[in-house]
Design a protein around this ligand. Sequence first.
Ligand code: IP8
Length: 251
Amino acid sequence: LRVHIVKIGGSVISDKTRPFSIDYSTLEKVACALNRCIKKRCADALVIVHGGGGFGHYVVDEFGSVNSVEAFLRTVEVMRELNAKVVEVLRLKGVKALGIDTHAVAEFRGSSLRIDVDKVRTVIEMGLVPVLYGDAVVDIEEKSFKIASGDDICWELAYLLKAERLVFVTRVPGVFVGGRVAKVFSLSRDLRTLEDIGVGGHDVTGGMRAKLLKGVGKIKSIGAVYIVGFDPRIVEQALCLEPEVGTRVVE
Ligand code: IP8
């Protein structure tokens, strides 16, 4: 099964500076682009993961952390709400989207994140498009609550499913190096020198640098990894061919 995974940044589909707002126009365009990729059969299977945007990040910021029952429950609640909206739009655009609550299929054991990948694999084999998200999850070893970002989830899924492609759709058009979008970015060579550009608004899981750092050790079992902007044409290219603008991330 050729699995393609796409992470839709929370700040692409919602405004991180304004709590609980969804950018439906962008979400619809991205959903249409993903549907075209499915129609063109550029992948056998697609997994979608989205971030927290002005939902999860705002709530965690307000509580200061996710490590209280109230903060955990509120985070889970608003993230489900965002996921339901994302799934609804994807369904309207023709994608066989199935929302999967991350907190129900993932857990931490200390620093390691475990995902019930068999369930994800089974539903994609059945022709569905799972839609997971960055969420608050339980650490079953420490009996605490932690955030599993959408980036954690998609790097881990891409690694476990040996994805052919992992595409990060972000608010910026790629990884900036020296004021320009780098064509290629090597995790082993270029990560040390990367200066991070700010992540506007509420963000509790870090920006581009954190996103890239999570790929270390995982990237070798993934076919190709791209970071691109949210232009639907570029998203389609990144999933099916090669993006005109964007960064290919290599080991
Ligand atoms: O936006 C974080 O996911 P991300 C989700 O992918 C929460 O970093 C709950 C803040």
